[in-house]
Design a protein around this ligand. Sequence first.
Ligand code: WTA
Length: 697
Amino acid sequence: SEARLKILLSHLNTGNTSFSGLSFGVPCRQASAPQQERNDYVIIPRNPMFTPRITSREQYSRMYMDSIQDPSTFWGRLAQDFYWRKGWNTSQPLCKYNFDVQRGPIFVEWFRGGYTNICYNALDRHVLAGKGEQPALLWEGNDAGQDMRLTYQDLLSYTCQISNFLLARNVAKGDRVCIYMPMIPELPCAMLACARIGAIHSVVFAGFSAEALAGRILDCHPKVVITCSAFKRGNKLIDLKTIVDASLQLCLDRENFSIDTCLVYHNHRASLREDTSWKGGRDLWWQDVIPGMAKEAPLEWMEAEDPLFMLYTSGSTGKPKGVVHTVGGYMVFSAVTFKYVFDHQPGDIFWCTADCGWITGHTYVTYGPLLNCATCVIYEGIPVWPDAGRYWQIVDKFKVTTFHTAPTAIRTLEASGDKFVKKHSRKSLRLLGSVGEPINSKAWWWYHDIVGEKRCPIVDTWWQTETGATMISPLPWGWPLKPGSATLPFFGVQLAVVDQNGNEKHGACEGFLCIKGPWPGIARTLYLNHDRYEQSYFKTFSGYYTTGDGCKRDNDGYYWITGRIDDVINVSGHRISTGEVESVLNAQDTCAESAVVAIPHEVKGQGIYAFAVLVQGATPSEELKRSYLLSVRKEIGAFAAPEVIHWTPGLPKTRSGKVMRRILRKIACGEENDLGDLSSLADSAVVDDILKSKPSQ
Ligand code: WTA
C-alpha cells in the first residue's frame, strides 16, 4: 500500500549518493538528489475522459526504436505538421552530424534546405486555420485582480506590430535583439516578433544585475534592447529601466559600445512615466510607437539551420556561454516534446511557471505550447504572494489542466503547509510537471498526494539549455512512475552512461550521463565561440555529447539524475558556475583568493558556500561579509548570493597549486570525519586551519 511505500521510502532515504570512482570528485549529498533508487512503482489510474497518446511501454518502445533506427522517416513525418515554405532536401539524410572531434569539427544539421518560420507556425498557421478567437495567453499579474486575455489573433497582431517596429529601426535577419523584461505578455510577443523577421533574440532574465546584463550585451552586440519601466515581484518593486541605464553606461565605458534603440514598455502597474530615467533619442516608449504600427507584418523565411535565438547559461568556468539554437530542429523538437510529455489535448489549459529568461520559458511557455495551439497561463509574480495559496488560486481561476513547475517552488509551498493548497479546489488539474533540478522524494510525494490528490501523474523532465527541450521524462500514463526518476529517454534521444575513461556502461549502472547521437533540438554552437562549444560538450568523452550530470540507471532502464558533476551549482533551478562567483569575490580588495562549493539546501536544492582568504591586514567582520554578499548580488544577481562565507587562512591545494574542492565540499557539508586521502595536499596542516575557522551556522 502507499503508506507502506512511504515508510519504506523513508528508510531507504538515508542518502547514499556517493559517486565512487568518478574523476570530478565526490559531490556532496544534495538535499534535492534522489537519494536512493527504489523499485516501487506508482501507477496513476487513467482518467476515463482522455485517451493518452502513449498507453504502454511497448507502444513507446516501438516508437522509440523507429526514432533511433530511422530518424529521417520518424522526424520527417512529425515535421510535416508544420508549414514549410520549401521542403528540406530529401536526397540526403534528414540529419547530418559529427560528434567526434578526432574526425573534424563538431556539427549538427537537421532539415537542411528546408525553409520555414517559427512565428508563422506558432501564430499565423492557427489563425489561418480558424483558431484566431481561441485564447492563446491568459496573463495574471503580480497583484490579484490584474489580468489579461489574448487570443491567437490578438497575439499575431501584437507580434506583427513589434516586428514592424523592429524593421523600421533597421533590424534585419541575423541581427541580435536583447530582451530584458518581466513576465508580461509583451515578453513572449517580443520573442516571436524577432523570430518573425529572423532577428536573433537574446532574453536576459530580469533578475540579473546591470553588470551581468552588460556582459551579455557586450558579447552579442544587439541592435535593440527591449525592456520595461519597472515591475513588482511580491511586495518588491524592481526599477528595471534604471538597471538597463546603468548597464548601457557600462557598455559605453568599457567597449565604447552603444545601442541606437531602447524600447521601454511602460508598466503603469508599477511606475509613473515621469519617474522613469530617460535618454532622449535612444529611449522610446513602447506605448508611443507600437500601437501605431500595422497589424500585419512581413515574414522572413528562414533556412532550417539559421539561428533562432541565443540564451546565456553558466558553464563550469569563465563567462556565460551564449547557447545558440536554430529554427528547424528547435521548432520540431520543442513542439513534439510538448505534445507528448504533457499529453496535450484540445481544451487543455497549460501553465508552466518558468520565466522566459530561462530555457524552460522559451520552450514551454512560448514556443512549445503556441506551436501546438495551446492556451497557456503566464504569471508575473512569485508563488507566495500574497500568500502560499496563489498558485492554486490561479489554477482554479483559469481551470488549469496541466501545471509545470520547479522542485524549489514545490518545496517552498510544502514548507508553508497544506492548508494553502486545500483552500482551493484544483479539480481541473490532470497532469503535473517538474523541471530544473532533481526532485527529492519527499517533495515528490507531497506534490503527488496533496497537490495532485493522487490522480495526476508527475512528469519529471530532465533536460538542459543546450538540449533545447525535454530529453528524459515519463510520458503520462505510458508506464509506471518512480518518485525521483525521470524514467526513460524521449524519442530520438540516445543516452549513454559512461565511466571516467569514456567507456559506455551497460545494464544497471552509474556514471556520467552522455548522449550518443544528435537530436533535433541540440544547440548548434556557442555564439561566436565554436571552440568553446566543442571543448565544453565534446572533448571530455570522445564521440559523445557530455551533459555534465551524473546519473544511475536501474534494472528497469529508468534514469535517476544525481546532479551536476562539474563546477556548476544549481540554486533553485538557476545555473551558476563556481567560477563566476569566485571571480566576484576575488575582485574584492580584501580578498586574496576564494573557492565556492555547493551545499544542500532545504528549499533551494543547493546553496552556495564560499571560502574566502583575506589579504594581509584585513580582518573578517559582519560588515565585510555584507559587502561581499552585496557585490555578488550586484555583479551577478541576488539569486547567486552565498549562504555562508567562511573566512579561512588558506585553501587546500595540491603540489601543483590546484584547489582540492573535494575537501572543501566535505567541510562545507559537515562531513569532516570523512575527508578521504589528504596525501596529495601540498600542506595538510591547512585542513585543520580551515576546520578551526568554520563559522557556526
Ligand atoms: C538540472 C533547465 C534532475 C541538471 C531545463 C541539468 C535536472 C541542469 C532536471 C540544466 C531534472 C534539469 N532532474 N536535474 N528533472 N532538470 N536538471 O540549463 O543538472 O537551466 O544539467 O535547463 O539542471 O539546467 P538548465
